[in-house]
Design a protein around this ligand. Sequence first.
Ligand SMILES: *[C@@H]1O[C@H](CO)[C@@H](O)[C@H](O)[C@H]1NC(C)=O
Ligand SMILES: *[C@@H]1O[C@H](CO)[C@@H](O)[C@H](O)[C@H]1NC(C)=O
Length: 383
Amino acid sequence: MSDHAILRITRESDIRNVKALIVGPPGTPYEFGFFESSSTWRGERGEEWSSAQGLESILISIQSLMSSNPYENEPGYEDAKSPEDKIMMAHYIAKIQHETLRIAVIQPLEDSLGIQLDGTLLPPTNASDTDDEETCFEDEKAAFEPFSDLRKRRFLWYYESYMQTIETAAQKVKPQEKFQQMSFEGGDNAMAGVFDYPELKRRIRFIKEAILNETKNWAVKGLEAKKRESRIAVNLQRQYEQVVEDLQRQKAFAIDLTLLDDNPFVWKMTYFGRPMTHLDGGIFKIKIHLSPRFPDEQPRVFVETPLFHHRVSKDGVLCYLPRRTEEMKHHIEAIVEALEEESPPYDPRTTVNLEASKLFWGSAEEKKKYYRALRKSVERSTE
Ligand SMILES: *[C@@H]1O[C@H](CO)[C@@H](O)[C@H](O)[C@H]1NC(C)=O
Ligand SMILES: *[C@@H]1O[C@H](CO)[C@@H](O)[C@H](O)[C@H]1NC(C)=O
């Protein structure tokens, strides 16, 4: 799970049943698309490890085919150089970019959010609203959808990138322009359709709204779970108390934690910037939303105080990576690390503010600009 691009999930009840997801590489027309293996992978009994490794190498080779110029992967077109070829190449890349957004981002998210083609929402099913163990188990048997939550969380990270891709790409095509067929396309392998960026934009906005609504709704479901004294409510309450106790013992004055309305599904965190760091003197309000299906659904974390930071999206979504996903202790640690890290390696998959990232990993002059903007938001945070 350390590679941010290839994720494998094994169903606990059957370790030979593996599903995989590839996140399209940045800088290619597949950028931040979610490509899920359509068949589950089944290893032979006793060969689980080697077959899983086999899967890994298959995934890596699939990923390497997702290059910035897919045209050159087509047999016979490796050396396409004439002006006509170049025009076709650009058109092919534009098509892939459009269809990556439509098929590998929008459609699977709409499906898992119950958004229908006419833009209305399906009523939520009863099964997903309960944390009754039996029902969850039945539910899990019916649909093994390990990436549904991951896609939602990453969608919030990559939202700005999707929108920017659309802005740029929309300028290069006419509204409703038809896809041209390449000479190597045919049969099942042909991409037909039209460019419709305004429609993609509308659907992406709607998806974001639906995810944010769902996140808010966790608090409501959570309070109900607490009233029922359900197992997850008790578990999260206990984790909260443990984390607070640990923080007090460690005299970790930089962090203050409370529950919103005594609800163990909404943690309010205040982070005080440590002396001698770029966040020195800042006071930041952070809200951690937890799902009644935690840890299968991971927390969604929002920095509510405006903060110019490469890990914080324009909407305040914080991108952080906990070492262990099932313990809130690790989430809190990772949130602080994400805010404080001084010189992280550049990885576009985990940087969620395009302007801040460009400056942070830019020239010396740009980096200074980054820190000036960061300091400004730190100063404003106490007003
Ligand atoms: C779902 O909940 C509603 C209202 O609580 C109930 O009337 C309905 O029978 C339930 N459906 C299923 C499939 O359990
Ligand atoms: C989100 O919630 C608001 C307020 O309840 C509602 O008006 C809106 O239609 C919802 N949007 C989506 C996409 O679910």
